[in-house]
Write a protein that binds this ligand. Structure first.
Ligand SMILES: Cc1cc2ncn([C@H]3O[C@H](COP(=O)(O)O)[C@@H](O)[C@H]3O)c2cc1C
Ligand SMILES: O=C(O)c1cccnc1
Length: 347
């Protein structure tokens, strides 16, 4: 197990006191103040920064996509990887907006995208259909998490100061829902959503597939690798690895939507300290997202009715995180500005 340092609460208290000296009514920047304090606790810096951000997208296919659980065909995974290369996907647009260091990792796409922009880290051409067999072996699950760690390390060496971890994989809301069901035992009707936009009948089929898979595999909810190997995906395992690596280096992780947050749940099972370094940026339309957020005990900053993934919501929320850091870095204090501070009788 990798070592993840605790939060530096002392630094948080110092920054809280400092924020109270800035030229604004005490507490008036609300959640931005909480964010600045949390970032100081994570980074151990009184003046935290989150730029440049790193966007890392793990792409892989899912055998269970054969069961008609997605509104789109499996080939879209590979086609979207090519779209990421060309720069036309939502995450490309938002990554450019925030000047992110961008990386695409093929960790298990069914078919090759042999482009210099794509990191060739394939474990296998997609998982097995977990309705009939385990998605991958335990060794493959460990390998995929290890690859996620290495790819995370690579971005850290490039100097990223926060992580946005995205994914692409047709069928991965089914895998994510199976994981969340195995982890929480909440009713399937509260967990399973419409993913890319399936019909009511397809949603019923999706629930049935998940229920049967859990009956077949009986995953151990306390064993992250058992969960990943039986009902997970290579990209989800890669995300888990990148999260563990970021936390080890005390780098904030901006969580995106449903799949990303389910990966965060699995990471928590492997090492609970990883959650200290996570910020939930938004709440997705996918039903299970709320349950996943409860499991890691995080409140989302925004509700933009997104249901895309790729890291898109976290990238869109990134400027808010920057605002929190700029408040501490650039605002003047009451004494510097010659502004009278709060009256004694109010304190
Ligand atoms: C064109 C396109 C681009 C996407 N970008 C992310 N996803 C999202 O949709 C997929 C999950 O939904 P499901 O489980 O229903 O297949 C994932 O690839 C996720 O990243 C996309 C889906 C499509 C079709
Ligand atoms: O919230 C997400 O990440 C999501 C939701 C639906 C489809 N793909 C991704």
């Amino acid at each position: 197990m990798n070592k993840i340092p605790p939060l530096n609460k002392e630094m948080g208290r110092k920054v809280k006191d400092y924020i109270d000296t800035l030229t604004k009514p005490r507490g008036s920047l609300g959640k931005l103040e909480d964010l600045a304090i949390t970032l100081a606790e994570m980074t151990k810096s009184p003046y935290p920064t989150v730029t440049p951000p790193g966007v890392i997208i793990f792409a892989a296919d899912h055998g269970v996509a054969e069961e008609g659980v997605s509104a789109y065909p499996k080939e879209v995974t590979k086609q979207m990887v090519m779209n990421f290369v060309r720069g036309g996907a939502a995450i490309n647009v938002f990554s450019r907006q925030i000047s992110a260091i961008f990386s695409i990792v093929d960790i298990g796409v069914d078919g090759d995208v042999l482009q210099p922009e794509v990191r060739q880290r394939k474990v296998r051409n997609g998982t097995e259909n977990f309705l009939y067999a385990r998605a991958m072996t335990r060794e493959e699950a460990k390998k995929a998490v290890q690859i996620g760690m290495e790819e995370g390390e690579r971005l850290i060496q490039k100097g990223v100061k926060c992580f946005i971890i995205g994914e692409m994989g047709i069928g991965n809301t089914t895998s994510s829902s199976a994981l969340l069901y195995a982890i929480t035992s909440k009713p399937l009707s509260d967990i399973v959503g419409y993913g890319t936009g399936i019909s009511e009948d397809q949603k019923k089929q999706k629930e049935k597939v998940i229920k049967r898979a859990i009956e077949l595999h009986k995953p151990n909810r306390e064993d992250g690798y058992d969960l990943l190997s039986k009902i997970g995906g290579f990209e989800i395992a890669g995300m888990v690895g990148a999260m563990l690596k970021a936390a080890e280096h005390q780098i904030p992780i901006l969580l995106d939507g449903y799949i990303c947050t389910v990966a965060a749940c699995v990471a928590k099972i492997i090492n609970p300290n990883v959650c200290h370094y996570m910020i939930a940026t938004h709440c997705s339309v996918e039903y299970g997202h709320k349950i996943a957020l409860q499991f890691i005990e995080k409140e989302p900053l925004l509700d933009l009715k997104l249901r895309l993934g790729e890291g898109s919501g976290a990238a869109v929320a990134f400027p808010l995180i920057v605002s929190a850091t700029l408040m501490v870095n650039e605002m003047t204090t009451f004494s510097e500005a010659g502004v009278s501070s709060e009256r004694e009788e109010t304190k």
